[in-house]
Write a protein that binds this ligand. Structure first.
Ligand code: COA
Length: 326
């Protein structure tokens, strides 16, 4: 079986920045509450004429340039998202159009905030079996279109953006070491966008009742997130024969700074080895991990040879973790 390593990364964040102070003027909240309860200071918001694939195309162009590749070099495009451009075609097919390529593999994955980890596992499968040599994996979201801007318990939490990682066959000892995935659909209603699918098709009533937006029981989700991000992190370390001490950088999903603090305490990773972007980007579901990996690369916190642990938890519920030699 062939191994897979990272060739390059890229990111795109929409120009508009919405601060906690801006939100104070929109709902009954305060900068102090958001900052202390979540760690978020500001988030990026897509322009009205931007769709999710537009963000991916910009992030992909950066990753292609940094990897010295052209769009024609990519054998497969996988987009992890819960906010696709359209129900179909997939966002990945819109990305093909944006990059002006055709003929390669293109499809989306929905595993909410764990989507990038799930997509990485699929990329590994394509590369290991020789179906593809170079795979572009994106995590991308425009959450601002699907939050209820009158619900202070959810609208302050999310942001928009896209992150891209290009994977390729590895011919040295760098690359993906191990990956662990899980899901529990029996309690999925705790975090749900109820309308817009076959169970509750769009109607005037669903729009009036704002059922096309995020509905979440925050404190229940919080408890599960801490437990599963810890479990996934420990499982992937244990299975691959490494310990928390071996990890050079931990790149967790960024849903709440208190979830990150509780996870690193339980896994045994020091704060200095933990990458945090929630203050600037908020929670950008499937995009968070590739955005945070890219931020670690461009700020010099992630270097060749480093051992990177990443873990996520999200709607579904879904969770996962991977260990990678950068
Ligand atoms: C959503 C979340 C930040 C709420 O924090 P919390 O400490 O659990 O707060 P609670 O929901 O218990 O609410 C506490 C109080 O703050 C209030 N509150 C909620 N949002 C608020 C806001 N934006 N501003 C001010 N007050 C707010 C609540 O109304 C409640 O008031 P009450 O005590 O008078 O009823 C937190 O639960 C969380 O991060 N959950 C996980 C989210 C997540 O991971 N989602 C995506 C999955 S990856």
């Amino acid at each position: 079986m062939k191994r897979m390593r990272v060739r390059s990364t890229g990111a795109y964040l929409p120009e508009k920045v919405l601060t906690n102070f801006d939100l104070e003027k929109m709902v009954d909240t305060s900068d102090e509450w958001i900052r202390t309860r979540t760690g978020i200071v500001e988030r990026h918001i897509a322009a009205d004429d931007e769709a999710t694939s537009d963000l991916v195309v910009k992030a992909a162009r950066e990753a292609l340039e940094r990897g010295n590749l052209t769009p024609e070099d990519i054998d497969a495009i996988i987009v992890a998202t819960v906010t696709p451009d359209t129900a179909y075609p997939s966002t990945a097919c819109w990305v093909q159009k944006g990059l002006n390529v055709k003929g390669n593999i293109a499809f989306d994955i929905n595993a909410a905030c764990s989507g990038f980890i799930y997509a990485t596992a699929v990329a590994q499968g394509l590369i290991a079996t020789g179906v593809a040599k170079t795979v572009l994996v994106a995590g991308a979201e425009i959450m601002s279109r699907f939050v209820n801007w009158e619900d202070r318990s959810t609208c302050v939490l999310f942001g928009d953006g896209a992150g891209v990682v290009i994977y390729e066959e590895s011919d040295d000892d760098s690359g993906l070491i191990d990956i662990y995935l899980g899901a529990d659909g029996t309690i999925g209603e705790l975090l749900i966008q109820p309308a817009g699918g076959t169970r509750m098709p769009p109607s005037h009533e669903t729009v009036e009742k704002k059922l096309h937006t995020v509905h979440m029981q925050g404190n229940e989700v919080f408890k599960h997130a801490v437990r599963m991000m810890q479990e996934a992190s420990l499982k992937v370390l244990e299975h691959s024969g490494y310990t928390a001490d071996d990890v050079d950088l931990f790149v967790p999903h960024q849903a709440n700074i208190r979830i990150i603090e509780a996870t690193i305490k339980r896994v045994g990773i020091p704060w200095e080895k933990t990458m945090v972007t929630i203050d600037k980007f908020a929670n950008v579901p499937a995009a968070t991990i590739p955005l945070t990996l890219h931020e670690a690369v461009i700020t010099g916190k992630l270097k060749k040879g480093d051992l990177v642990l990443s873990s996520a938890f999200g709607g579904g519920f879904t969770w996962g973790a991977f260990l990678m030699r950068w």
